[in-house]
Every structure is written in C-alpha cells, then in structure tokens.
Design a protein around this ligand. Structure first.
Ligand code: NI
Length: 143
C-alpha cells in the first residue's frame, strides 16, 4: 500500500536576530536585512509537521493526530513559544537562528518520539512570514 501523509499545524511566536559577530554591522545588514536588527524582532511562526504511513486496519489512522499534536506541543511549542531563539533555546545557542536551521532542529527533536509513537516523520514546514517558508525532509546534518 502506498503511504499517505497526515499533517498537524501548530503556531508559535519567537524573537531572533541573524547576526555574525565577526562581520561589520554594514555586512550584517547587507546579508540579513531587517533580521540583523540588533535590538531583536519577532515572527509569528506557523509549523506543519507531516507524518507518513499507511492507515492502521483498526483505526484507519496513520497515527492519532491527537498524539502528534501533543508531541509537537510538549516538545517543540513549549521549547520555542515566546522565547528568544538565540538566547533561550539551548539547542540553538551555537547555530544561526534562521528559519532553515530552526526547521532542522524541530525535525531532530521530533524524529524519534514520532517513531516511538508509531509514525514516520516525513516533512517539517516552517513559515516565518506569509511569503517565506522552508521545508525539510530529513537527512544528515552537522547538528
Ligand atoms: Ni527575522
């Protein structure tokens, strides 16, 4: 049977700054634009967590979306919501807090717990603004 994909959507808001200390202020502004603002800024992030599998014979579910929602809320939203991504989130301390990297970190947080709950993580989609979003499908990363 071919896999089918289920998705849970959650939202959080968080502050960040994209800034490299060894670059000049001018270069930081050139590369990171408004995200380099030294006094921080926030985004209302929307997160879509997609799990793939085949419907279970008894339930018709790939994975109970209530279970998935609880995992995302407990492990991700709790860690990131109303936080400063650069300062308050240990796993991001040494990583540029770009939407790309946050999406990878979210994947890393959820991959095992989703597996333990009987699912297979397929995609993390993270929207920073209505015009900008990133998608991550897993795989080896340096962090
Ligand atoms: Ni930003």
């Amino acid at each position: 049977m071919k896999p089918i994909y289920i998705t849970r959507r959650e939202t959080f808001n968080a502050a960040h700054k994209l800034y490299k200390a060894d670059w000049s202020e001018q270069k930081n502004e050139e590369i990171f634009g408004k995200c380099a603002n030294k006094n921080w800024h926030g985004h209302n992030f929307t997160l879509w967590v997609t799990v793939k599998g085949t419907p279970h014979a008894d339930t018709g579910f790939v994975m109970n979306l209530k279970t998935l929602s609880k995992l995302v809320k407990d492990l991700v939203i709790e860690a990131l919501d109303h936080k400063n991504l650069n300062l308050d989130v240990p796993i991001l301390n040494d990583i540029m807090a770009s939407t790309e990297n946050v999406a990878i970190v979210i994947w890393n947080i959820l991959e095992e717990p989703v597996k333990e709950a009987g699912g297979e993580l397929a995609k993390i989609k993270l929207e920073e603004t209505e015009n900008n979003y990133v998608e991550y499908y897993g795989g080896k990363q340096p962090f």
